[in-house]
Design a protein around this ligand. Structure first.
Ligand code: ZN
Length: 420
């Protein structure tokens, strides 16, 4: 298949009049055409190559980007959208509402919610998702006949929606330091980390990765078991989203959550620490020196009144920033990109912490790589042709020009026009 793109984000920046050749879903050729070459006979061949994607002139209009990676999702939280905003309270009171949904879900309703949530992602330019999945068992804690039935419902939902998934099967064993699971948490717990690892191994599916729910939910001595079972696969973990987690961890272990994960060998380039909102200088150093990915979820973090994490300082220390829509209060990776910069502006009273190209890297290549898909997220030879095109002539984007800044600071997911 041949595609002609009016504008495209390449490794050299935004280029105009770009021709791609794609075979088996992989980019086999990228060329920036000379300004007059679209008048050649070759162009008319392109014109009929894919009528879904070509406009009247045979060129895909707008700015084509690599598809976005949504690195942190709890698909079922989508059921809370619009239903939790009347309350006052905090993360912890919101969690009660989320737990009420978790208590009710069946494999069928979990599948239906996830399918629709992934379809929304797909429609907004997201081509891969990291699903942080901890709702494993029946309401009384008994495993389903197939102990991985709930996880398989998510894999099937992703297939139906046409999105690539990394199922981050989550170890969740405790309500807090020294506290057994409470209430709906019995649906999350496998009893101990060895039983968790055994259940996850039974998937026998290359799309399955691993997660530690948090240092609250996996006892200190069991963290290395999860780390060992996750060797060679993406490993995700909620980290210091709430100051209360830090306080409880320090009281129980004398270490910060980051220090505890470092002790367990859980940090590194295949690990993603999610949120990383409340960190010490030493935490930032540990995450940076270990080249850990740090997944920011700004639209959720502001919705839950979590705080603003030190994104730029983590990046400068050596960590890689990725993005996720987490609770799906909003599904818009463009808004997540923009919010990383905007939140830092509010916190610092300074503008210009992140360039648009840096934020696009977080939303694309860095995100895909953190999910274990290093062959996605760039429009270059040999990468997957997962593309998303932004309308540059919408009421929001008109006049901004074909630039990375228009994509990040003017567009929204409503400007995603064409997908492949
Ligand atoms: Zn989360």
């Amino acid at each position: 298949m041949r595609l002609r793109l009016e504008h495209a984000l390449l490794e050299t920046g935004v280029e105009s009049d770009v021709r791609l050749e794609v075979e088996g879903g992989v980019i086999i050729s990228v060329r920036v055409l000379s300004p007059n070459s679209h008048l050649s006979g070759e162009a008319s061949t392109d014109k009929s190559s894919d009528p879904r994607l070509t406009g009247e002139t045979g060129t895909v209009p707008g700015l084509t980007l690599p598809g976005f990676a949504n690195c942190h999702s709890h698909a079922f939280h989508r059921a809370l959208r619009g239903r939790t905003q009347a309350e006052r309270g905090s993360f912890w009171t919101w969690r009660e509402q989320m737990y009420a949904v978790a208590a009710e879900l069946t494999p069928d309703t979990y599948f239906a919610l996830a399918r629709d949530t992934y379809a929304e992602m797909r429609a907004t330019g997201i081509t891969a998702v990291g699903e942080f999945h901890y709702l494993h068992h029946q309401p009384d804690g008994t495993p389903y006949d197939d102990p991985n039935e709930m996880g398989k419902a998510l894999l099937a939902a992703a297939d139906e929606a046409g999105i690539r998934i990394r199922l981050l099967d989550t170890c969740y064993l405790a309500a807090g330091f020294g506290q057994p699971p409470e209430g709906v948490q019995v649906r999350y717990s496998d009893g101990d980390a060895h039983a968790w690892a055994e259940r996850v191994a039974a998937f026998d599916d290359p799309r399955v990765g691993a997660a530690i729910h948090s240092v609250r939910a996996v006892p200190r001595e069991q963290l290395p078991v999860v780390v060992e079972a996750a060797a060679g696969k993406p490993l995700h973990v909620h980290l210091s989203e709430q100051a209360a987690e830090n306080e409880a961890c320090l009281a129980a272990t004398g270490l910060t959550p980051t220090q505890l994960l470092a002790e367990a060998g859980a940090l590194g380039p295949l690990t993603s620490a999610v949120h990383a909102t409340h960190l010490t200088e030493d935490d930032i150093r540990l995450l940076g020196e270990s080249r850990t990915n740090v997944c920011f979820c700004p639209t959720t973090e502001r919705d839950l009144a979590d705080g603003i994490g030190p994104a730029r300082r983590l990046h400068d220390a050596g960590a890689t920033i990725t993005l996720g829509s987490d609770s799906h209060a909003v599904i818009d990776l463009i808004e997540e990109m923009r919010a990383v910069e905007m939140h830092e502006r509010l916190a610092s009273q300074q503008r210009g912490h992140w360039s648009a190209l840096e934020l696009l890297a977080a939303a694309t290549y860095d995100g895909h790589r953190s999910l274990g898909f290093p062959d996605a997220g760039r429009i270059v030879l040999g990468q997957r042709a997962d593309l998303v095109t932004l309308d540059l002539d919408s009421i929001r984007t008109r006049g901004g020009g074909a630039t990375a800044e228009t994509a990040v600071f003017a567009a929204t997911s409503a400007d995603v026009r064409t997908l492949k």
